[in-house]
Design a protein around this ligand. Sequence first.
Ligand code: GLY
Length: 371
Amino acid sequence: MFSPSPEGRQHSVGSSEVIEVNGPNPYQVTIGRGLTDDIADRAKHTGAQTVGIVHQPTMAAPARQVARSIENLGLGVHLFSVPDAEAAKTLEVADQLWDELAQHNFSRRDVIIGFGGGAVTDLAGFIAATWMRGIKVIQVPTTLLAMVDAAVGGKTGINTGHGKNLVGAFHEPDSVFVDLDRLATLPEEEIIAGSAEIIKTGFISDGVIIDRYEDDPLACLDHDGYLPELITRSIAVKANVVGMDLRESGLRETLNYGHTFAHAVELRENFAWRHGNAVAVGMMYIAHLAHNRKLIDDALLQQHRRILESVGLPVAYEPGHFDELLAAMNRDKKNREGRPRFVGITGIGDCMRIPDASDEELRAAYEAICA
Ligand code: GLY
């Protein structure tokens, strides 16, 4: 099987949705509103005596609320503020956190909470994976991208001078809490960029997601509109994928739809582009490549463009950089035998590998997105 199922194993608890993630260490993703006390209850339930909350400076206030709620249950709490975005994912920051865990006597039974965007959940997961050979981590994503992608699935890591996420571990979270109240605090550009990963799960698996964007793109960006449903659907797809293939030996590759070209763009732009914007251009790129191969028809190609544009995502890239982008794609760490490896679709929810695109095909798709 090489196409993810859109059907989540999920149920409602009060006003929250709970999605089960199977795999070596099953866990739950809770999606709801006002989850501070639920996070604290879960921390207590792990049996920890001490909790470390890793957060970005901008998340200090809500992280303190979670800390107070945990303290009220009689546990010790330490707040660890780390730099924003990728600046958090360095060996220096990790080393500082290990130092703090040692100073506060964190033991094997204690727990880390990753409270923030994808960089924080990656870092917190990595610290939890490595401290005393692995302690529990509760992930609390606060950006749309982290909610629908980074915080679910157990990929953790830091960057080195040679590339992103080169040092890391698969370390499944104890649990994930997606507090929809956070959406109201996010800038619009972040909602737009995060939407690229939702649209991706639509194309690779869940046609209802695509229908929602066709129906009302603005409601898809609205936390009082379709957005909560889209988040739940997107997490359900990801949960199915990582539940079957934690270590990316097959099905998980489908989550890379649009990502091979996106990674090359991000590298060329020195990571100044939002990841979701690069993924949007990357999906247009692979759609053109598939169209040129007659794997998809004109209607599906145009649907990619229409949906991405309808929420303000980019669908084109600058001309004149093919050789640089090709070199970056040839170095992608997911390659096999030195060739870029793409995931394409032949229809919504039908995925296939494209491991054998020639340089001429890669150039033709590039020229199409520059046109
Ligand atoms: N972000 C893709 C994955 O989790 O595999």
